[in-house]
Design a binder for this molecule. Structure first.
Ligand code: DQA
Length: 139
């Protein structure tokens, strides 16, 4: 099984960025743990701060991989184009947010991604990525 994890802007700063909201673990460390826990899954990880690059990444894996775990970060709330990309590809997408976007500012309550995804997980920290993996495994 091949699962792509695609992270949007500023998620390269996990571990140093607003630790009270996003925790203190760099994503690479978390990914190492995930790869050990699920040795049979082939993970790919891509992070970009640029909207179009995230769309390119979705298109690249979106006809080949079994699942995509996507955290579009700030683009969640603004990007019609990322929502359109999810609708255009074949691979199912699970939207993940580390923080509870519904318990924060109002602008974070709008997602252009949720309606195009098979499901969304928010507020459960990095564990949300693992729960998304479990869902793909159960399919
Ligand atoms: C986030 C939530 C977004 O609102 C925010 O812009 C992020 C991270 C999260 O994982 O909680 O950068 O997607």
């Amino acid at each position: 099984m091949k699962i792509a994890i695609i992270n949007g802007p500023n998620l390269n700063l996990l571990g140093t960025r607003e630790k009270d909201i996003y925790g203190n673990m760099p994503f690479e460390d978390f990914l190492d743990q995930l790869s050990v826990k699920y040795p049979t899954i082939e993970f790919s990880h891509y992070q970009s701060n640029i909207e179009g690059e995230l769309i390119n990444a979705l298109q690249l894996v979106g006809f080949e991989y079994d699942g995509i775990i996507l955290n579009p970060a700030g683009y969640t709330h603004t990007s019609v184009a990322i929502g359109d990309a999810i609708a255009a590809i074949k691979t199912p997408v699970i939207e993940v947010h580390i923080s509870n976007v519904h318990a924060r500012e109002d602008f974070r309550k709008l997602s252009h991604v949720s309606g195009k995804s098979v499901g969304s997980i928010f507020g459960l920290g990095l564990k949300g990525y693992e729960l998304a993996v479990e869902w793909f495994l159960s399919k």
